[in-house]
Design a protein around this ligand. Structure first.
Ligand code: SF4
Ligand code: SF4
Length: 315
């Protein structure tokens, strides 16, 4: 294992503006020791799939075998490098859009910088494959494995210093790097705020039922069929289970210019209903809002505005 290369990667990550970086050995999650936090997190994922809580996200079930072992994605992989990038702006804001989608699309922003690390590794004779929601990898589990935090009862990664408003990205590499110790604590303790605050009862401890989750319906759901919960004013994602989390009092506005909010994100659902699909498309350019088809976003905005006019609005 190379101490010098490990140090160089961590220094490069910091220089590129990532807020945290950790390293884990590449191994099979399904074969990790039964009492390890990795194995437990993996088993929870399998149970979540078996219970159908992934709703219409069929790709999650389809890629489950690949998600068990990152070495299937890069033969000869020895290490995973995980990075966190905070996107936190403010504890609460009058926006119907989750904070992660307020600025430049994080896929573009993170990918650009992860590729610099990949190029560095390649110059040193190692293969490296960057990922930022772009590969069948259980990012949160690997973030725990690399010491970056724990998975909270709201099912998000929580970092002691950054809270939960973070993007997770990383690389799989054939380089043999010095691993960090996995994060073995669970600092949720007796807190249940996220579970109590979820307006659709989508959360039970450490499990999110996508069939009830506003974020799923407004972003991922392929069709808006019967069973959609009240949207409580949201039109793209939902931040409630992050807003109430006490660990987010440690989150600081990150000042990254790329994530500077676009003015339109502070407009309510009513405003979005007045736009045409091509105007929505323009606002989506270069933003994570692209994930929803313009027509779907307009449909959701109409539903959300109508529900709000009948008395159900954002908390
Ligand atoms: S994103 Fe919103 S709806 Fe989904 S679990 Fe969190 S609080 Fe509940
Ligand atoms: S709100 Fe409480 S229980 Fe939920 S993730 Fe945060 S600390 Fe854990």
């Amino acid at each position: 294992m190379s101490i010098a290369l490990t140090r160089a990667i961590k220094a490069l990550s910091e220089g590129l503006g990532f807020h945290a970086c950790g390293i884990a050995p590449a191994l099979s999650l399904a074969e990790a020791p039964l009492d390890s936090p990795l194995r437990q997190a993996y088993e929870r994922y399998v149970e979540w799939l078996q219970a159908g809580m992934h709703a219409g996200m069929e790709y999650m079930a389809r890629t489950a075998p690949l998600r068990a072992d990152p070495r299937q994605l890069l033969p000869g992989a020895k290490s995973l490098i995980l990075v966190l990038q905070s996107y936190f702006h403010t504890p609460r804001a009058a926006s119907p859009i989750a904070q992660y989608a307020w600025g430049e699309d994080y896929h573009i922003h993170m990918r650009r910088r992860l590729q610099i690390i990949a190029d560095y590794l390649q110059r040193h004779g190692h293969e490296a494959r960057p990922f930022v929601d772009t590969a069948p990898i259980l990012e949160k589990v690997w973030a725990v494995a690399s010491g970056l935090g724990w998975i909270g009862k709201n099912t998000l990664l929580l970092n002691r210093h950054l809270g939960s408003y973070t993007f997770i990205g990383g690389l799989i590499t054939t380089a043999s790097l010095i691993p960090d110790a996995p994060f073995t604590e669970n600092l949720c303790g007796t807190c249940n705020r996220c579970i109590q605050a979820c307006p659709t009862q989508a959360l039970t401890p450490y499990k999110l039922d996508a069939r009830r989750c506003i974020a799923y319906w407004t972003i991922e759901a392929p069709t808006l069929e019967e069973g959609m919960p009240n949207l409580h004013g949201w039109i793209f994602g939902c931040d409630i289970c992050q807003q109430v989390c006490p660990w987010n009092r440690f989150a600081k506005p990150q000042g990254e210019l790329s994530f500077r909010p676009k003015a339109a994100v502070f407009q309510g659902a009513d405003y979005w209903t007045t736009l045409t699909p091509s105007q929505v498309k323009k606002l989506q350019q270069g933003s994570a809002l692209r994930r929803a088809h313009p027509k779907k976003l307009l449909q959701i905005a109409t539903i959300s505005a109508s529900q709000a006019s009948k008395g159900s609005s954002m908390p």
